[in-house]
Design a protein around this ligand. Structure first.
Ligand SMILES: Cc1ncc(COP(=O)(O)O)c(C=O)c1O
Length: 427
């Protein structure tokens, strides 16, 4: 107890010393973690977390996969730095704030479980992933395996290399839900030829929320000399894992998704001994060949955004990765299991009750067009979802986050239940 009090007062003392820093959120997270256990159904704990955000509650936001709000105190830290930068950018931004990126690097590396010299800060997953995709030397005829469920921008990037340089992109298909992790590895293995150089895999898909067996893929591909690039846009800070659980050489993620850092933040991990052979997207001098900062040579950019990652990471760690995923799965199951029990027309190709899914789930209702259902929920009830229409499956993608309330997911389940019973009104 004494040590907890000492910790609380030292954290509050530090934040109180910061100019114009609204420390409510941190204070709430600390207070909340002290009572009620903070379990997945501890509404007093999660109520405090919800109030750390200035959410627009006139809308039920169940599209928290693409981009997310940052807690108010993180936003304010960023705004404070933006104002300070603007007073004298050449000095305040370049000399005072920019060097602080090194603490962000250190903290992200600590959380991801790598050496800081393997961690580059990017503006999003696209920048990190495109560094991997365009950075590797490949020759005409070299083959890349991805799936037809990889993120479209990454597929477009490979396709541009195919059009420009004559590499070959193979997009494999896999069943949703897949029968087993071994089945998934087997689909990749079956597409390998002597010309295969790279596998690009999504750590968790943005379509059904399938967590892919990255480690098994790396173990299968590495002895064959095949590079595995991991698109972790939706994975980092969503469910607990560290680099050692994956063993991959390259990993890219966004931080404005599940870490809840400000918009325009991401990271790229490149194993130390791979840095020499992976070119940066924007040119860097030869002396930086083996320096992970070569991936940050992007020209003038705000220091405020990437420095605010440190505050978002502290907020994330104050909740704890295990506690967070338990809550996210609780929210997901609350709507998903209820809808499954409502009607046998409901199909959820996300692997509930397994370690292979998190907050993201897809729901499909036989006889209900997902695009029309999406429009009705949004237009009539102000419930934001995403309609997914893939050549092999379709449905609504639902993603709660830590600021989602039980009322939010209940309203969604009520309204879909209503549509199942009565159908959708004619347009
Ligand atoms: C799987 C996947 N990869 C990459 C991205 C790109 O992320 P960003 O737009 O933050 O660069 C997304 C975005 O939703 C995604 O879902």
């Amino acid at each position: 107890m004494a040590s907890r009090r000492a910790f609380v007062s030292s954290v509050l003392g530090a934040s109180a010393a910061l100019p114009a820093f609204r420390s409510d959120a941190l204070r709430r997270a600390i207070k909340a973690s002290g009572r009620g256990g903070g379990g997945p159904d501890d509404e007093s704990y999660w109520g405090e977390i919800q109030r750390a955000f200035d959410s627009d509650r006139t809308m039920v936001n169940l599209n928290n996969g693409g981009v997310c709000p940052t807690p108010t105190h993180v936003l304010e830290a960023m705004i404070r730095d933006l104002r300070f930068s603007n007073e004298l950018p050449v000095n305040h931004m370049w000399s005072v704030l920019e060097p602080r990126i090194e603490s962000v690097r250190r903290e992200l590396a600590r959380d991801f479980g790598c050496d800081p010299e393997e961690m580059a800060i990017t503006r999003n997953a696209s920048e990190a992933n495109e560094t991997m995709i365009f950075g590797l030397d490949l020759k005409r005829g070299d083959e890349v395996i991805s799936t037809n469920q990889n993120y479209p921008r990454m597929l477009t990037s490979w396709d541009q290399r195919a059009r420009r340089e004559g590499i070959v992109l193979k997009q494999i298909s896999f069943k949703v839900p897949p029968p087993s992790p071994e089945y998934l590895v087997e689909q990749f293995r079956a597409a390998i030829t002597p010309r295969t150089r790279v596998i690009e895999v999504t750590h968790i898909t943005n379509l059904t929320g399938q967590i892919m067996p990255v480690r098994q893929l790396v173990e299968m591909a590495r002895p064959l000399g095949i590079e595995v690039m991991v698109d972790g846009a939706h994975a980092y800070a969503h469910f607990p894992f560290a680099h050692a659980d994956l063993g991959c050489d390259y990993y890219g993620t966004s931080l404005h998704k599940w870490l809840l850092a400000p918009v325009g933040t991401g990271f790229l991990y490149v194993r130390k001994d791979k840095q020499k052979s992976l070119w940066p997207l924007m040119a860097a001098p030869k002396e930086m060949d083996e320096n992970v900062r070569k991936y940050e040579e992007i020209g003038t950019h705000p220091a405020a955004n990437h420095n605010a990652i440190a505050a978002a990471l502290a907020f994330h760690r104050s909740i704890g990765a295990e506690r967070k995923i338990a809550r996210l799965r609780y929210l997901r199951d609350r709507w998903a299991k209820r809808l499954l029990a409502t009607s046998d027309r409901v199909w959820i190709p996300t692997q509930l009750d397994t370690p292979y899914s998190g907050a993201i789930a897809l729901v499909s209702v036989a006889g209900l067009d997902p695009v029309k259902l999406y429009s009705w929920l949004l237009g009539t009830h102000r419930i934001q979802t995403v309609a997914i229409v893939h050549p092999e499956f379709s449905g609504l993608r639902i993603t709660p986050n830590v600021f989602t309330t039980l009322d939010d997911v209940d309203l969604f389940a009520d309204k879909v239940g209503e549509a199942i019973k009565k159908g959708l009104p004619a347009a």
